[in-house]
Design a protein around this ligand. Structure first.
Ligand code: PLP
Length: 373
């Protein structure tokens, strides 16, 4: 196990956790949460135990929304919501709400989550593939020159970071025709770098990578889009209703909202998204430079499309991959196994992942290559 600080409640040392999600939560947030689980705002009642209509939770929710707005520089004409069902529910909720029968939405096919999104959309309307990297095992983001939009898409969906493949959009997709708006699944890179929210109509992100809690989904949506719902939706799936009720149509995921709120505060304490980006770039560089410097590993992603969050690579054989994962694990570098669909290794280094972990992995990679090359 690698040594990381402990406190009174925590006597077990923490490993360097490369999990793709749920992923690392900032240690400061974990400590604050431990206290608030016992008693929130000096109330003598823990955060899990407060009514979602009480004044303590009012404060939690208001602060979470306000902090999220500040961190993401989110304009007033966007709603911030905390919904349930994970990012996967947004795969169907978005087309159910906005894609009428007979209408077309454009999707970028860049990996498993993009593929799930477009499959769900087909239940409600037509889907046009605007760009795909399927032919090259999803090793890239489609070049603008290869993108073809349909004549009149309702919206254009893309996955800003492909968690499994280790590719990421480092630019916006090219502008779509008409008044189509961008829908973005930002689950695995939300708030890892500055974001210009005004370029999007609808952003969603499951919490368990950069925001803390699994199950709770952050949704950021422009007001005028809320007016464009095309179906009479069940209450829980009605974005307009959820916005009106501040995500509290029913009992919301109170702990998830609390935890996201703490993570927003932590991001601000780090200096905001511009600083977070620098920290993330430095971590990713340590590992990518090591990959590139050794004639042993094979990175999966095309260089210009490499993800800052999820680094995917292979050794020369499956046998060595297994050995790499097992030996790394013994050294406290855990959860490096790649997704079953592409195998190999995946080092996920989200916002809260420490720089020392990237250094430790790089050092391990060098030793491993030397011993097994
Ligand atoms: C980019 C992306 N989208 C969607 C999902 C699905 O999220 P959830 O499990 O919260 O439904 C994931 C999960 O890893 C993801 O990485």
């Amino acid at each position: 196990m690698t040594s990381v600080a402990t406190n009174d409640l925590n006597t077990v040392k923490r490993a360097f956790n490369f999990s793709a999600g749920p992923g690392v939560v900032p240690e400061e947030v974990i400590r604050r949460t431990q206290e608030d689980l016992w008693s929130l705002f000096g109330s003598g009642v823990g955060v899990l135990e407060h009514s979602h209509r009480g004044k303590e939770f009012d404060r939690v929710l208001e602060e979470a929304i306000a902090d999220c707005r500040r961190v993401g520089n989110i304009p007033d004409n966007y709603q911030v919501m905390f919904l349930q069902g994970g990012a996967t529910s947004q795969c169907y909720q978005v087309p159910m709400a906005f894609l009428a029968e007979g209408e077309t939405a454009d999707y970028f096919h860049t990996g498993k989550w993009a593929s799930d999104s477009l499959a769900e959309a087909k239940r409600f309307g037509h889907v046009h593939i605007a760009g795909s990297s399927e032919e090259t095992s999803f090793d890239r983001i489609p070049d603008d020159a290869d993108v073809t939009y349909s004549a009149n898409p309702k919206y254009v969906h893309f996955t800003s970071n492909n968690t499994i493949m280790g590719t990421e959009w480092h630019r916006m997709p090219k502008s779509p025709p008409g008044d189509a708006w961008f829908v973005c699944d930002a689950s695995s890179d939300i708030f890892s770098r500055p974001i210009d929210v005004t370029k999007y109509g609808f952003i969603y992100a499951g919490g368990q990578k950069n925001l803390g809690p699994a199950g709770t989904v952050l949704v950021i949506v422009r007001d005028d889009i809320l007016e464009k719902q095309v179906r009479d939706l069940p209450w829980m799936l009605d974005y307009q209703l959820q916005a009106k009720k501040q995500s509290r149509y029913n009992t919301p995921p109170t702990f998830g909202i609390y935890l996201m709120g703490q993570v927003f505060k932590w991001i601000e304490e780090q200096g905001g998204l511009a600083e977070i980006e620098k920290i993330n770039q430095a971590k990713a560089k340590v590992v990518y430079d090591t990959l590139d410097s050794l004639d042993f590993y094979k990175p999966h992603a095309r260089e210009i499309d490499r993800s800052m969050m999820n680094i995917t690579f292979n050794t020369p054989s499956d046998e060595l991959n297994k050995k790499f994962i097992a030996e790394a694990d013994e050294q406290g570098l855990v959860n490096l196994k790649g997704h079953r669909s592409i195998g190999g290794m995946r080092a996920s280094m989200y916002n809260a992942f420490p720089h020392a972990g990237a250094e430790a992995l790089a050092s391990f990679m060098k030793d491993f290559a030397q011993q097994n090359g």
